[in-house]
Ligand binder design. Structure first.
Ligand SMILES: C[S@@+](CC[C@H](N)C(=O)[O-])C[C@H]1O[C@@H](n2cnc3c(N)ncnc32)[C@H](O)[C@@H]1O
Length: 225
């Protein structure tokens, strides 16, 4: 996961308990009252990664930006406050989408924000609709074999930028809620490889290791269409 700051017991060699699996499922798609609680924790735990990812995204006023899996909406709110040309978001969680729609009602009415309820591989916007795409702690829930990353590439204009943050597999393996039944985990090298296979400009993909409290190791990857 998801979330620097939330720690589980070491290893998931044993069969996952229903409790850990239920937490993993909520991280994958937060719903109901439990989803609201998980959303609050996510917002706290993901603040650091979001800050770093937004800095790497480097938005300018003309940008049309898509955040995939905005969840509790920390990055979405920052993007909304930056005054970029357009902010769009895609998320399958009814709870997260309705909360974000309430929070950003004015911006949505003005046409500067669009929030879609849905999950990749669904892409409600046209090819080349975006200058920049952001994903923070969402990679685990995508399926490169299904073409999810190629779909993101197609949604970028030529030379458009994708920035993603994910916690490294070495850390995720300590978190029982991040078992294989809900999370696909990656090293930075594997992430770079799946992006290259999805058609992102191979020589321009950059990854940087990030360290967070509690020994959490993650990576920030920047790729171009
Ligand atoms: C762990 S949360 C991260 C939320 C947010 N990016 C943050 O940093 O706080 C993952 C989010 O991705 C969404 N998600 C899961 N699968 C998805 C998919 N296939 N396409 C788009 N979003 C997805 C979930 O509903 C959830 O809100």
């Amino acid at each position: 996961m998801t979330s620097p700051g939330i720690d589980g017991a070491p290893g998931h060699e044993a069969a996952p308990s229903p409790l850990w699996s239920a937490i993993g499922a909520q991280l994958r798609q937060p719903e109901g009252i439990r989803g609201a609680v998980i959303g609050r924790l996510m917002a706290l735990a993901n603040a650091g990664p979001n800050r770093r990812a937004l800095a790497a995204l480097g938005v300018v006023p003309e940008d049309r930006v898509l955040e995939v899996g905005f969840g509790p909406g920390g990055a979405l709110a920052t993007l909304a406050g930056c005054g970029v040309a357009k902010v769009c978001g895609l998320d399958p969680s009814h709870r997260m989408v309705s909360a974000a729609r309430r929070r950003h009602r004015r911006l949505i009415e003005s046409g500067r924000m669009e929030l879609a309820h849905g999950a990749l591989p669904l892409m409600p916007w046209a090819d080349e609709a975006f200058d920049k795409i952001l994903l923070v702690n969402v990679l685990y829930f995508l399926d490169p074999a299904r073409g999810d990353l190629s779909i993101l590439r197609r949604a970028l204009r030529p030379a458009g930028r994708l920035v993603l943050y994910a916690t490294d597999r070495v850390t995720m393996q300590r978190w029982r809620f991040a078992g294989p039944e809900t999370h696909r985990t990656y090293t930075a090298q594997e992430c770079v490889a799946v992006l290259a296979r999805a058609g992102f400009e191979e020589t321009a993909i950059r990854s940087a290791e990030l360290r967070f409290p509690f020994g959490i190791k993650g990576f920030l990857v920047t790729a171009y269409r």
